[in-house]
Design a protein around this ligand. Structure first.
Ligand code: XMP
Ligand code: MG
Length: 179
């Protein structure tokens, strides 16, 4: 295990099982709809790659990068598009893939934007959900795990761009933040 990790919250095996389950559910949901599956960079990239391989239906993928305006660790609710879609979302069944839903501000803005672009439908699948931290009235359409309010890393999630490559999801040691 990485020396900076205090505790493993979700093992590689637990994640793999859940992602397979979600893939089966989403395949049934989107069969015949050729969904546009959107990965929110960078955190969702590992989840997206695994999830897509469990979706045994025709689908397309695209990527978006957004950042919250404002400083500090709290989302401000304004999203700035750093990288937009290559594909038009108009009349498409859009599935947004996220690593974690926290305050919910980023996703609520993103979904508003995609609806404004006249997508046929917009749903969100998030691997992790932290409902305790919610600031807006939003909940994921599909969610892997509900987790407590702790800062987690691994399987795509970072602290200062590190730990994204860990195959599990873990809680960082407090001294990593304060050093
Ligand atoms: P919202 O707008 O829902 O933002 O507050 C969600 C985004 O915040 C980041 N985030 C985390 N990243 N470990 C991380 O590595 C966490 O525990 C965590 N909680 C929130 C993440 O980028 C997500 O997309
Ligand atoms: Mg992040």
């Amino acid at each position: 295990m990485n020396q900076d990790i205090k505790e493993i919250l979700l093992t590689e095996e637990q994640i793999a099982e859940k992602v397979k389950e979600l893939g089966a559910v989403l395949s049934d949901e989107y069969r015949g709809k050729n969904p546009l599956v959107i990965c929110v960079l960078k955190g969702a990239v590992v989840f997206m790659a695994d999830l897509l391989r469990h979706m045994d239906i025709p689908c397309e993928m695209d990527f978006m990068a957004v950042s919250s305006y404002g400083s500090g660790t709290e989302s401000s609710g304004m999203v700035k598009i750093l990288k937009d879609l290559d594909t038009s979302a108009e009349d498409r069944h859009v599935l947004v893939v996220e690593d974690i839903m926290d305050s919910g501000l980023t996703l609520s803005r993103l979904m508003e934007l995609l609806r404004h672009r006249r997508a046929a439908s917009v749903k969100v699948v998030t691997l992790l959900n932290k409902p305790e931290r919610r600031k807006v009235d939003i909940s994921p359409d599909y969610s892997g795990f509900t987790i407590p309010d702790e800062f987690v890393v691994g399987y795509g999630l970072d602290y200062a761009e590190k730990y994204r490559n860990l195959p599990f999801i873990g809680v960082l040691k407090p001294e990593v933040y304060s050093s």
